[in-house]
Design a protein around this ligand. Structure first.
Ligand code: ADP
Length: 170
């Protein structure tokens, strides 16, 4: 099992499954969602329309179309309000749901963005701790997924995930 943290654009990352930080409509948006839809082409939106949305903390899978990924796993992360509205539990549930789908579809490699830390304003340090803990737990028991790559768009986000991983491995 391998857990990698890199800086870059997730749409350029080759993987069996690429996770999309979507919204509950699954009909596209800004940030990483917009980038994934642009790179995948219009067929992705056509398939997403058939899914009838997705609840926060859950996940749904589609094909990857023109992306360098066989599948896209779409998950709406929680919008950060005050931290007492179930945001940490919902974020953990996003990572769990995505990884469970990747396992079900026998994906060996999974690329993930930092869910909820953009427009949804989840504090990056806390988000990174939740993500790292949930991913490491999953990798310890997965029989299909071999490599999970966390693709951070900016150096500050990557630094938060690097710190969270170092702390988790202590
Ligand atoms: P959310 O609505 O879940 O907060 P955003 O897309 O606004 O989703 O942001 C989530 C994270 O994804 C942020 O750290 C943002 O900088 C990052 N991001 C935006 N575009 C990309 C991309 N092409 N590849 C990887 N990460 C991206």
């Amino acid at each position: 099992m391998k857990f990698l943290i890199v800086q870059g654009d997730i749409t350029k990352q080759t993987a069996d499954a690429m996770v999309n930080a979507a919204n509950t409509s699954l009909l596209g948006g800004g940030g990483v969602d917009g980038a994934i839809h642009r790179a995948a082409g219009p067929e992705l939106l056509r398939e997403c329309r058939t899914l009838r949305g997705c609840e926060t903390g859950k996940a749904k899978i589609t094909k990857g179309y023109r992306l360098p990924a066989k599948y896209v796993i779409h998950t709406p992360g929680p919008v950060w309000r005050d931290g007492k509205s179930g945001e940490p539990e919902l974020l953990e549930s996003c990572y769990r749901s995505c990884l469970a789908l990747a396992e079900e579809y026998r994906c060996r490699t999974v690329a993930l963005p930092s869910i909820s830390t953009g427009v949804y304003r989840f504090p990056p340090e806390l988000a990174a701790r939740i993500a790292v803990r949930t991913i490491l737990e999953f990798l310890g028991r997965s029989t299909a997924v071999e490599t999970v790559t966390m693709v951070c768009f900016d150096p500050e986000t990557k630094a938060a995930y690097d710190r969270a991983l170092a702390a988790a491995l202590q």
